[in-house]
Structure formats: structure tokens, C-alpha cells
Design a protein around this ligand. Structure first.
Ligand SMILES: *[C@@H]1O[C@H](CO)[C@@H](O)[C@H](O)[C@H]1NC(C)=O
Ligand SMILES: *[C@@H]1O[C@H](CO)[C@@H](O)[C@H](O)[C@H]1NC(C)=O
Ligand SMILES: *[C@@H]1O[C@H](CO)[C@@H](O)[C@H](O)[C@H]1NC(C)=O
Ligand SMILES: *[C@@H]1O[C@H](CO)[C@@H](O)[C@H](O)[C@H]1NC(C)=O
Ligand SMILES: *[C@@H]1O[C@H](CO)[C@@H](O)[C@H](O)[C@H]1NC(C)=O
Ligand SMILES: *[C@@H]1O[C@H](CO)[C@@H](O)[C@H](O)[C@H]1NC(C)=O
Length: 341
């Protein structure tokens, strides 16, 4: 256990920060635990990147890159990279090796154009040709949006999609009148696993599940699906692991013209008490949002209101508090108002 955490620290120190927004994905210590970890003579990191991003529409061109990225070419020429794919068919998520190639060459796998059939979990791995070397692999989901989704998923308990570790939240999906057995599912970017959500309750045409996240799983994608493969929208939930600050922003797209209030919460490390601060700053697309843009007054007690949002307000937001540092990113999506007759 201790060794595992030491290894994790080592990995954290040389793996670039994970992001769900730039198309790169998370990595994971591969559990090829046939021998004690102290017996491994080397560590290799693989990396998986999906361009332009993992969240696409049918017809887009997508490239999946699988490379060795922190080996410094010590073993790179001896490792065979594996790009594997687990499809998204409910009840039949079969895993398949797509490409096997020497690591020195890298893998660039193109899906031109991407279809719903290509969705699933992609993993950049090796084929075990160097058993004395510890390989940590990376995973990504390739999500091809259903337009429109068959049903909607929402966060029932909060108006945000960022949570503190061990902070319970409830997700819910409307159940369509189709007599199908809908299930709530999740994908763990860190582990690369697709599993059913715990404790699913179905009542009043709604399927819900209350989840208590642990900090080791920083990014999880949630959705509902039926056995025919129909799905809801998906929600990207992120968990503040190191940070003690979370941003509150609407999880689902907001309508043009609405006011959107952003709030920033700080949780005390010891007492777990949640508070807010007058000295909060907000960033959009990595730039401080300036109050003097002429649309104010925006700031109320450290909260920040975007008045009458337009498509131009769409972007990646985060907040920062002098007492607790920065939050993770959240995506704010703005949808056009339906044209009135
Ligand atoms: C999830 O993330 C992707 C890109 O990282 C983004 O395009 C998409 O809008 C996000 N979905 C939600 C519901 O926030
Ligand atoms: C590796 O593990 C084996 C037992 O599986 C042990 O006998 C050996 O001493 C360990 N160390 C090395 C360096 O091989
Ligand atoms: C599961 O998927 C595999 C691979 O696509 C296919 O060959 C097989 O027939 C499927 N099985 C079922 C029960 O659908
Ligand atoms: C996708 O790639 C194909 C061939 O590689 C190209 O003909 C097509 O224009 C591309 N489509 C888009 C939407 O970029
Ligand atoms: C790994 O793949 C290479 C090339 O396909 C092959 O020569 C080698 O035997 C494989 N090693 C293992 C352990 O499967
Ligand atoms: C700002 O948010 C805090 C909670 O974070 C709330 O107590 C307060 O009423 C809000 N202020 C305004 C003006 O909405």
C-alpha cells in the first residue's frame, strides 16, 4: 500500500496534469501485479490523446494518439504499444486490440469520420513484452453525442458539477415511457472502467443515484442508458482532490438571455465547514474576468453574475480564493433561445 502511494507520487510528479477539456485523458497505474513492485527495474508511462477532443459528434474526424511519453527512450524501442478499444454496447462491452506497434513509432489511429460504432473506452497500453518493467496506462472515453439524447440527466441535489471528496450528490434521469430497463452508468477516466452507479432508485419516472465520490477519482462521466443503447446526455463530474475550493456553475446548458450566478465555495480542511469569501476571483478560458467590461455590476459578496448570457459567455470557468487556491475547470454551455413565431 505504501509502495503503491510512493509510486503514485512518482507518477504524479512526471505526468502532466490531467484535463478533460483539452482532449487529453488520464493515466492509471496498470495492475499487472504478478510480482512485487520492488522487483520492477523500470517504469514506463504511456499517454493517450484524442484530437480534437473526446466529446464529438458523428461525422467529425478524430485522431487517437498512443505514445510512450516519459521513458526517455530507455525501453521505448523494446516496448510494443497496444491501442485497445472496449465498445459501448450495453451487455457486450468486448475489448479488442486495434493496433500493436513498437513504441518508438507511436500510434496515430484515425477515425475519419467517427460514427456511433466507434464509441467506447480507448486504452494506451503495452503488450507485456518487458515483464520487468512497470507500465502505467492511459484511458479515454470517446463519446459520440446522440442528437438529441433520448432522455436527460441532471444533478438533482446541487447546481454544480464539482464536488469535494466525500461530499454526496444525487444524479437523476427522466425515464421515458419505453418500458426499457434504464441504468445509470459511469466511466472512470483514471481506471478506464465503465460500471453501474450504486444504489439506483427508480420512482416517479425518474432514476436516481446518490454518489459519494472519493478523491482518487477526479474525473467521472455519468449517463443513463437502456439495453438498446439509447442514452441520455452525459455529465462530466469533477472532484476537488488537492484543492479545497469548488465552483458552482450550471451543469446543463443555459438559455441565452438568462442571468447566471457563479459561486465559489471553500471547505475547511479540518472542520469540513463550507464557506465563501468576498475576495474571490473568477477566470474564463484562463483569463481573469474583469469587472470593468461595462456590463456590471457583477459582483455580490464574492459571487459573480453573468447578466443576460450570450453564446460569447460560453467557455471554461474557474474561481480562486486567497484562502484556498483555485477550483477545477467547469464548462458553461449556452444554448440559443428557440425562435418565436
Ligand atoms: C464534457 O466535456 C466536453 C469536453 O471536454 C465538453 O465538450 C462537454 O460539453 C462537456 N459536457 C458537459 C455536459 O459539460
Ligand atoms: C523478486 O520477487 C521474488 C519473489 O517473487 C523474490 O524471490 C526476489 O528476491 C525479488 N527480488 C528480485 C530483485 O528479484
Ligand atoms: C458481442 O460483440 C462481439 C464483437 O463485436 C460480437 O461478435 C458478438 O456477437 C456480440 N455478442 C452479442 C451477444 O451480442
Ligand atoms: C475528414 O477526413 C477526410 C479524409 O481524411 C476528409 O476528406 C474530410 O473532409 C474530413 N472531414 C472533416 C469534417 O474534416
Ligand atoms: C508483443 O508484440 C510483438 C509484435 O507483435 C511480438 O513480437 C511479441 O512477441 C509480443 N510480446 C508479447 C509478450 O505478447
Ligand atoms: C453569494 O453566495 C453566498 C453563498 O456562497 C450567499 O450566502 C449569498 O447570499 C450570495 N450573495 C448574493 C448577493 O446572492
Amino acid at each position: 500500500m505504501r509502495l503503491a502511494s510512493v509510486l503514485l507520487c512518482v507518477l504524479f510528479s512526471f505526468v502532466s496534469p490531467k484535463s478533460t477539456l483539452d482532449g487529453s485523458s488520464s493515466h492509471h497505474v496498470q495492475r499487472r501485479d504478478t510480482k512485487p513492485k520492488s522487483n520492477y527495474t523500470g517504469v514506463i508511462g504511456t499517454k493517450l490523446e484524442v484530437f480534437p477532443t473526446w466529446f464529438v459528434s458523428a461525422g467529425d474526424n478524430v485522431t487517437i494518439n498512443c505514445i510512450v511519453h516519459n521513458d526517455k527512450m530507455k525501453y521505448g524501442d523494446k516496448v510494443y504499444l497496444h491501442l485497445t478499444w472496449t465498445n459501448m454496447r450495453p451487455g457486450n462491452r468486448t475489448k479488442k486490440v486495434l493496433v500493436s506497434q513498437p513504441a518508438s513509432a507511436g500510434i496515430a489511429f484515425e477515425l475519419n469520420p467517427v460514427t456511433h460504432e466507434h464509441q467506447g473506452v480507448y486504452t494506451c497500453d503495452d503488450n507485456g513484452s518487458l515483464p520487468e518493467v512497470y507500465v502505467h496506462d492511459w484511458h479515454s472515453m470517446l463519446w459520440v453525442e446522440d442528437a438529441p439524447p433520448k432522455t436527460s440527466m441532471e444533478v438533482m441535489s446541487h447546481n454544480r458539477i464539482q464536488f469535494f471528496s466525500n461530499e454526496a450528490f444525487t444524479l437523476g434521469c427522466q425515464l421515458p415511457n419505453d418500458n426499457a430497463q434504464w441504468k445509470m452508468m459511469r466511466f472512470n477516466f483514471w481506471k478506464g472502467t465503465v460500471t453501474e452507479c450504486p444504489g439506483q432508485v427508480s420512482s416517479d419516472h425518474r432514476l436516481s443515484s446518490t454518489i459519494t465520490p472519493v478523491h482518487l477519482d477526479p474525473y467521472i462521466l455519468y449517463w443513463c442508458e437502456n439495453p438498446a443503447g439509447d442514452r441520455s446526455n452525459s455529465l462530466n463530474v469533477s472532484i476537488a482532490s488537492v484543492a479545497t475550493v469548488v465552483l458552482e456553475s450550471p451543469p446543463l446548458p443555459v438559455m441565452e438571455g438568462e442571468d447566471v450566478m457563479l459561486r465559489c465555495f471553500l471547505r475547511d480542511k479540518k472542520t469540513k465547514e463550507i464557506s465563501f469569501s468576498f475576495h474571490t476571483s473568477y477566470d474564463k478560458n484562463n483569463r481573469l474576468i474583469d469587472n470593468r467590461l461595462g456590463r456590471g455590476p457583477f459582483e455580490q459578496e464574492g459571487n459573480f453574475t453573468l447578466k443576460a448570457v450570450t453564446k460569447a459567455d460560453e467557455g471554461v470557468y474557474k474561481c480562486e480564493m486567497p484562502e484556498g487556491g483555485g477550483s477545477l475547470d467547469s464548462w458553461l454551455s449556452v444554448k440559443a433561445r428557440p425562435v418565436e413565431e
